[in-house]
Design a protein around this ligand. Structure first.
Ligand SMILES: Cc1ncc(C[n+]2csc(CCOP(=O)(O)OP(=O)(O)O)c2C)c(N)n1
Length: 565
């Protein structure tokens, strides 16, 4: 965003072109949020990054926490003390945070508490394409799904209202196409909210089994109230007329509107904005009013399975079509073409020439656009580190790598990286490999990822004496997601200097006896440190420290305005 200060303007009615994520940031201001805690991850990162730039002026406390679980807990603590609190993460982040989220639903919250989950159909920047609406179902918390930036802002405000009405966490489920779409957003008032205080209630907040047993039915009762909210929610709305009924939600609604226009069919559309719990009565009546129903949703048949169950009770004669019968894919991102194709098959309709024009244009664009696979930047210290690893191990080591810019090292010509599953997994997987293979094993992790999820694995390696070298690529930034600071940078999200936590100190404190810090561009030193580490009889840690080139060039540019950024 050109000037995030725009978000601070208290001019209700003003319209601005915002990213979906920036609209969430504005929504947070309007909702009177006091505490924001996030861990970055695409496609959610701009929520935290935008708030970080204005938090001080907005009177919001904002932090990048060490991981999503911690972020959710910081926000939860603030909420339990009576403040409105927001956390945001990419969808896999919620896997990390889910342990706390699921039991937080039992205790409930005090100040409004919203967790934004930004899902990534098509894995544009993720290791899987999980559908996090299932977390709402699993945790028993309400879920709202915006279809554009304006709705993202509005729904965030509503999510806080619902959260306070039910004293429950609420999920705002975005997808890449909403987070990263720009749209006109109309501003509302910026609310100043009084913060409450922490009121002791151990039977509610201390989740020992006896208390959990009592809280579970309370949660189930709250979800009955949530169902009533869903029935009257203006986000669940019927548009258009006809005997063909489309049930859709979030971003898929946009594809439905365009696909119907493209194939020249009119339909009655039930657009769901609150997708958990579902408005069962509304859906029942909708099904009774159509001859045929089609559920259009990306990824999993989350709505479809529930709609089918509702149809079984309320409208047995209405056939429900969707992805379970193979009319729409269960993977990847939807498009107008995909939805038009599915609908035309269901309706036995020929798509016609206007569709071919659109399809041909897309194919043409794909042919013309050169492929642009991601690659490491020229001068990236990771390249030197990978080279040192390769030379020292003569390319014979099995490398358990991790998530960050350095994952790209798995590609030729570097080819350093044989396994990569999830953030922080490199250390545990390396340990497991050593128990079976006779080949040397190397673990590779980035600095932010080290702080995020590697430390228990490192303690485990020391405790169980797993023999491998754990290489920490410390480029002093969370580079991949936008160079956010982390505990090893000595800077906070709000730009304040703070205690710098040294990776080597942590490694030693975890019980690792061999710890070396090397500049990867001091190539001979780097190779000899790696060789020495591989000879060590227990787990060894080598920290390759060299700043990210992007950060370095920004710093230079800031120091010397004549250098172009
Ligand atoms: C659970 C989870 N949270 C967030 C992300 C998004 N993410 C991918 S890599 C990365 C951090 C990369 O930083 P670092 O480890 O320092 O490596 P660098 O990119 O700087 O080389 C993050 C936050 C993710 N993939 N999984």
């Amino acid at each position: 965003m050109r000037d995030p200060q725009v978000l601070l303007e208290d001019k209700p009615g003003d319209k601005h072109l915002l990213l979906g994520n920036e609209a969430v940031a504005r929504g947070a201001l309007e909702a009177g949020v006091h505490v924001v805690a996030v861990y970055p991850g695409t496609p959610a990162s701009e929520i935290g990054d935008t708030i970080a730039q204005i938090s001080e002026d907005a009177g919001i406390y904002m932090e990048y926490s060490t991981n999503e679980k911690v972020a959710l807990e910081v926000a939860a603590g603030a909420s339990l003390a009576g403040a409105r609190a927001l956390t945001a993460m990419k969808m896999v982040g919620l896997n990390v945070a889910s342990d706390t989220l699921i039991t937080l639903a039992y205790t409930g919250v005090r100040g409004g508490f919203v967790t934004v989950s930004a899902d990534d159909p098509n894995c544009f920047s993720s290791q899987n394409e999980q559908d996090n609406r299932y977390y709402a179902l699993l945790a028993n918390i309400p879920c709202l799904e915006p279809s554009n930036p304006q709705e993202a802002r509005e729904m965030l405000l509503s999510a806080f209202e619902i959260s306070e009405e039910l004293e429950l966490p609420v999920m705002l489920r975005m997808v890449t196409r909403v987070s990263h779409t720009r749209g006109i957003v109309t501003f509302g008032y910026i609310k100043k909210r009084e913060v409450g205080s922490f009121v002791r209630d151990p039977e509610r907040f201390v989740m020992v089994p006896a208390n959990s047993r009592r809280r579970h039915p309370v949660l189930l009762e709250k979800m009955k109230l949530a169902s009533k909210i869903a029935e009257r929610s203006t986000y669940n709305t019927i548009l258009g007329t006809g005997t063909l009924g489309l049930i859709t939600s979030g971003v898929s609604y946009n594809y439905c509107v365009e696909a119907l226009r493209l194939i020249g069919v009119s339909a009655k559309v039930l657009k769901l904005g609150m997708t958990y719990p579902l408005p069962v009565d509304l859906i029942s009546k909708f099904l009774q009013s159509v001859h045929k129903a089609v559920v259009v949703e990306e990824l999993e048949p989350f709505l479809e399975v529930q709609v089918k169950a509702i149809a079984q009770e309320a409208a047995k004669d209405v056939e429900v079509f969707g992805k379970l019968k193979g009319f729409f894919p269960r993977d990847g991102e939807f498009s107008t073409e995909i939805v038009a194709q599915g609908l035309s098959k269901i309706l036995g309709k020929n798509l016609g020439s206007s569709f071919e024009i659109v399809e041909n244009k897309a194919a043409q664009a794909n042919r013309v656009a050169p492929p642009r696979p991601p690659m490491l930047c020229p001068g990236c210290p990771h390249m030197a580190s990978f080279h040192a690893i390769k030379v020292a191990t003569e390319g014979k080591a099995i490398v358990s790598t991790d998530i960050g810019c350095y994952t790209l090292g798995y590609q030729p010509p570097l080819s350093v990286g044989d396994v990569m599953i999830s953030m922080g997994a490199s250390v545990g997987i390396a340990a497991g490999l050593t128990k079976v293979t006779g080949d040397p094993v190397i673990g590779v992790v980035g600095d932010s990822t080290f702080f995020h999820a590697s430390i228990p694995g490192l303690i485990n390696a020391a405790y169980n004496n797993h023999r491998f070298v754990y290489v920490v690529l410390d480029n002093m930034a969370t580079a991949m997601t936008g160079h956010q600071p982390h505990p090893g940078t000595g800077l906070t999200a709000m730009g304040k200097a703070t205690k710098r936590i040294m990776i080597e100190d942590i490694a030693r404190a975890c019980g690792i006896d061999f710890v070396k810090v090397v500049d990867p561009f001091q190539f001979e030193n780097a190779v000899s440190a790696m060789k020495e580490a591989t000879r060590h009889t227990g787990p060894a840690v080598v920290v390759f420290r060299g700043p990210c080139v992007e950060v370095k060039s920004r710093q230079r540019a800031a120091a010397d305005q004549s250098v172009p950024v």
